[in-house]
Design a protein around this ligand. Structure first.
Ligand code: PMP
Length: 353
């Protein structure tokens, strides 16, 4: 080891799902992207951008997007914070709110980026185990802690936690900030946004990457009472003033305008998900009852690692986590009906051998 290396901050990074490029015949069901294009207005807004628009810095306050969110949700603009995907928003929230000596809490099976950020920022953490059916045990979050974060629906299980349980966790934690990561909530039940009026320690984080088909633009946001948002902005402005680029601000704002298109694509994905659940069951798979745009499935006899490789050879990409408790599961993103049919016919043939 060279001398300077002893001063390097060494971290084990998060491993994102593979982005194998795109080629005809490939079925990409590994990173929970939306199989449908963004709202049609996004194309128009894109055509209005010129190279000249990139000459200046973007608005550091991201007002166009913040205002669009405020209007969409009918809430004050002071309650919104935007960032470069919800990854950026959550990382910023870790730095801002998780600053105690007590460990922060998140489930043993959940978004694997949480432990990476905790390690990067030197935040102690503990991971209470989900129960045998992958359900979050709310009582595990009632004791002393330095903060709480969990995805709802959870990832990669897909299970949605009823708002009553979320509220109980909040009620037991007036001294901590509780972050509910709602990357997939549009495919599930009501958002915890409705609890923000009553809990000044609740931060709800959402993304444009899934239900709004804009993973490539990297847009995420947080919703909370103005005091939380001010603290977040103080950290953001101490880090990088211009987090969101100009196309993301404009196209993101545009995507919010078309409520009918949004509802239609979300409903299509949910309908496909429910059909795929029935088909997977009949093929011998079992899975938690997903409320997200993916299904976390294990087969009764064929190991997930083997299926993952067999699918990959056919250019059908799903996600496999070689981790305790979940190494027999595949996380399968809901694609178009046609894509899901390809997956199902392959599985049918493969499992019959
Ligand atoms: N939270 C969860 C639970 C996720 O699965 C993801 C997607 N990887 C994210 C946050 C981050 O999504 P993005 O940065 O694209 O908004």
């Amino acid at each position: 080891m060279r001398e300077w290396e002893s001063h390097v901050r060494k971290v084990t990074p998060y491993t994102p799902g593979e982005q194998p490029g795109s080629f005809p015949g490939m079925v990409k069901l590994n990173t929970n992207e939306n199989p449908y294009p963004p709202a049609p207005g996004v194309r128009k807004a894109l055509e209005e951008l010129t190279p000249e628009s990139f000459r200046l810095y973007p608005d550091p306050a991201a007002s166009e997007l913040v205002d669009a969110l405020a209007e969409y949700y009918g809430k004050d603009r002071e309650r919104f914070f935007v960032g470069v995907g919800s990854d950026d928003v959550i990382a910023m929230a870790f730095q801002t709110f998780f600053n105690s000596k007590e460990p922060i809490l998140f489930p043993d099976i959940s978004y694997s980026f949480y432990s990476v950020w905790a390690q990067l920022f030197g935040i102690p953490y503990r991971r209470p185990a989900l129960d045998g059916e992958f359900r979050l045990v709310k009582e595990d979050y009632f004791g002393e802690n330095g903060g709480i974060i969990f995805p709802n629906p959870n990832a990669p299980t897909g299970l949605y936690l009823e708002l009553g349980a979320v509220e109980e966790i909040l009620a037991h934690n007036p001294s901590s900030v509780v972050i509910v990561d709602e990357a997939y909530v549009d495919f599930a039940g009501p958002s915890a946004m409705e609890l923000v009026d009553r809990y000044d320690n609740l931060l709800v984080v959402q993304t444009f990457s899934k239900s709004r088909s804009l993973a490539g633009l990297r847009i995420g946001f947080a919703y909370g009472q103005p005091q939380l948002i001010r603290y977040l902005n103080d950290v953001k402005y101490s880090f990088n003033s211009y987090t969101l680029n100009l196309p993301s601000l404009k196209l993101g704002a545009e995507a919010l305008k078309d409520k009918a298109y949004f509802r239609e694509t979300v409903e299509k994905i949910v309908a496909t998900r429910e059909r795929v659940k029935r088909e997977l069951s009949s093929l011998g798979f079992h899975f938690p009852d997903s409320g997200a745009n993916f299904i976390f499935a294990a087969h009764e006899s064929c190991p997930a690692g083997e299926l993952f490789q067999a699918l990959r050879k056919e250019h059908i990409y799903v996600r496999y986590f070689d981790a305790p408790r979940i190494r027999n599961y595949l996380r399968i993103t809901i694609g178009t009906d046609e894509e899901m049919n390809k997956l199902l016919s392959f599985l049918k043939a493969y499992l019959k051998r």
